[in-house]
Ligand binder design. Sequence first.
Ligand SMILES: [Zn+2]
Length: 385
Amino acid sequence: MTQSISVKCKLIVHQELRREIDRTLDRFADACNQILDTAKVAKCWNVTKLHHLVYHPVRLSTGLKANHVCQAIRRVVSNAKAVKQIHKFRPTSISLDARTFKYDESNQVAGITLISGRVNLPLKIGGYQIALLRGQAPTSATLNKTRQGDYYINIVVEIDAPPTGKTPKVVGVDLGRIDIATTSTGKAWSGKQIQSVRDKYSKTRANIQRKRTRSARRLMRRLQGREQRFQSWLNHNISKQLVSEAKQLNAALAFEDLTNIRQSLNQQPRNKTERRRTNNWAFYQLRVFVAYKAIIAGVRVVFVPPAYTSKSCSRCGHVHPETDKKKSYRHGKKFKCGHCGFDHDSDINAACNIAALGRSVSSPESPGFSCRLEGQLDLFPIAAL
Ligand SMILES: [Zn+2]
């Protein structure tokens, strides 16, 4: 079984080519908007039928290559299926296929067809991207332009999924603010160090912010970069250890669904400091790192619904009666079950619950595993590391 993931790679683009890419992006958005208008009027959302209606007029008016127009039609139809209300397309991305894109592994170059013809753009990538792209002949990619004016290409590759046989063991991982990660096997990574680094930078930032000079702004950016690099370094280390432990135990790794982690954190009342400390981006990055290292190591990763993972007892499954919302079996780092008397570290208890949920969803028939993973995998450029 394979699963498709997209590998995000930064492109090195010289000044004179920028205009050419931007022109192609403009025309592609233009094509999408024309196709969308026609589809709306004709009430036609079928790729083949829509093709007959729009192909010639759109090619004529935009000057795009044949396959660009085909991809624009696909983009419009798949967007219409994915979202109820379709907004106008903006010139920020273009879909590429085997005719308009080629990955050259020996030179780490992406060949991309623009409106005026084929260009070769070098990739600025690190070890992970290289490992994931190794031996691949990808036939699909998306070229994106960021708000900052950088160009990226998301290359879709097929990766052999780890064996789908039922994994007997699952290591649950609880993510938190006091300890960044705690496993059901009892390992924990403290968040103290990163917290003190973040606090330090935030104080310095507040001081600089008062001065509104250009050099102050530059210094700000540099500090931000430093803080992020430290966070990345830490996440690389934690993810490496998590994956290697799972590999040694021949176990899968289970995490809580991140979208819900964000929600549950948002529900808690907190002040400005607390808000800053709730670094969702860091959790997201940690999971991305884990996901990629896991694919390379052949370790399965599953995501479980987070409801009650920290509130229920991992021994008897009992949850504190909801009637009194203030009361919980969890008090900070301590967990004591009022039903069976189980007394444990609260994060490890949560990790054990996540592991148990992970065991129940890690069966091969479990729906949604690979597509969920696929949707969330976007590799950060890590060339800076
Ligand atoms: Zn209990």
